[in-house]
Design a protein around this ligand. Structure first.
Ligand SMILES: Cc1ncc(COP(=O)(O)O)c(C=O)c1O
Length: 394
């Protein structure tokens, strides 16, 4: 097992070979309901016909060019993303982490251009996760991830929803940027309130701090709007996207406002692979599906799922809370979620644990009503098998 690999992952034993929609099949032919979508990635599910067709077509034409040359698709994806996010320009990356790196560099460069080059630090939120490169890792809250790699970039963390602490940190540190996830993913599917997001925006504007929204997990429609912060009517200075953006192919983007669009000079940032023809074709298929109303399904299935999870909360006392919005949901238990997650897996439902006590439910956007019903049934059967799980009747 894992021969020749660095031991960074605890991997399940199954070998998955194919899939259709929100269903995955392993090498023995057994089917699993996929409520994880490769950690909030495979928005169009598995075996999507239009995606398959577009990729086949593009592979036969040109796969890679580098950013030294043009192809017909990068600008189309960038323009559509800017429209959907109220931003002015995009830089493409191969991952979420790289999108964060781009945002951090952009914030520092913007401070230099404004004549405040001493503003190099960052403020971030407790519970936040932004990636694992040295820059992105600096902002990531969990000490377990950071400790072996110190010293890292200077960051001050503030507790979510504490406006006073945020105000004090911005005043004391004079950072280049505040970086936050409108819905914390790895932090346990924790939504920031509309009021907090709006006050964070106002404080950043008042102190000349750039507001970076990390929507790598919450963005691209997962909560039912293209950006989670759009529910609160907040527009940041920079937004990072990745995960579902190219329906499973590795792609990320750092978008910024028209005012900051020219922050990088030529050569100050770059990537060999990013924004290539193949990933851009995939992104266009995803964006076309959004234009055809895919987020309507996210809202409806999200509502169906939430209602089902709330019914489970009423039925089983080990369920503490239902969190999240759209198809970014968490079922918080009263104890570690790991054993339940493993049992779910045995019962043919794929989810994972986040923040130790939360089952993360982030299925493909194309999930059907029947898939949701079947998944809820598997959750119910699994929870019922846990000792002491049933609610006492009053
Ligand atoms: C909010 C957030 N930011 C950044 C990242 C890092 O993205 P990637 O793993 O694509 O580098 C993740 C990944 O889970 C994430 O959820």
């Amino acid at each position: 097992m894992d021969e020749g690999l660095m031991k960074t992952y605890a991997r399940a034993d199954e070998v998955f070979v194919s899939g259709h929609g929100a269903v995955l099949q392993d090498s023995t032919g057994r089917e699993f309901l996929d409520f994880l979508a490769g950690i909030a990635v495979s928005a169009l599910g598995h075996g999507h016909a239009a995606l398959t067709e577009a990729l086949r077509d593009q592979v036969g034409k040109v796969v890679h060019l580098s950013n030294l040359f043009r192809h017909p698709y990068t600008e189309r994806v960038a323009t559509r993303l800017c429209q959907l996010t109220d931003m002015g320009a995009a830089f493409f990356t191969n991952s979420g982490t790289e999108a964060i790196e781009c945002a951090l560099k952009l914030a520092r460069k913007a401070m230099q251009m404004r004549g405040t080059p001493e503003r190099t630090s960052f403020v971030a939120l407790e519970g936040g996760f932004h990636g694992r490169s040295l820059g992105a890792l600096s902002l990531t809250w969990s000490e377990k991830y950071r400790k072996p790699f110190q010293p890292l970039q200077k960051v001050t963390w503030v507790p979510p929803e504490d406006v006073g602490a945020l105000k004090a940190a911005l005043a004391a540190d004079q950072p280049a940027a505040l970086v936050l996830e409108p819905v914390q993913g790895e932090g346990g599917i924790r939504e920031l309130s509309t009021s907090y997001l709006q006050q964070a925006r106002a404080l950043c504007t008042a102190t000349g701090t750039l507001l970076v929204h990390d929507e790598i997990q919450s963005g691209c429609g997962r909560t039912g709007r293209f950006l989670a912060a759009q529910h609160a009517g907040v527009v940041p200075d920079v937004v990072t996207l990745a995960k579902p953006i190219a329906a499973g192919l590795p792609m990320g983007a750092c978008l910024t406002t028209t005012a900051l669009a020219d922050t990088f000079a030529k050569g100050e940032h770059g990537s060999t692979f990013a924004g290539g023809p193949l990933v851009c074709r995939a992104a266009l298929v995803f964006l076309d599906e959004i234009d055809r109303g895919l987020l309507g399904n996210v809202m409806e299935r999200g509502q169906q799922l939430r209602e089902g999870l709330e019914a489970l909360q009423r039925e089983f006392k080990i369920v503490r809370e239902v969190r999240g919005r759209g198809l970014m949901l968490g079922l918080r238990l009263h104890h570690s979620a790991e054993a339940v997650q493993k049992a779910l897996y045995k019962n043919g439902l794929i989810v994972n644990c986040t923040a130790t006590d939360v089952l993360r439910i982030v299925p493909p956007f194309v999930i059907t009503a029947a898939n949701v019903q079947a998944g809820l049934q598997r959750l119910r059967t699994t929870l019922a098998a846990f000792p002491g799980s049933a609610q006492e009747t009053p």
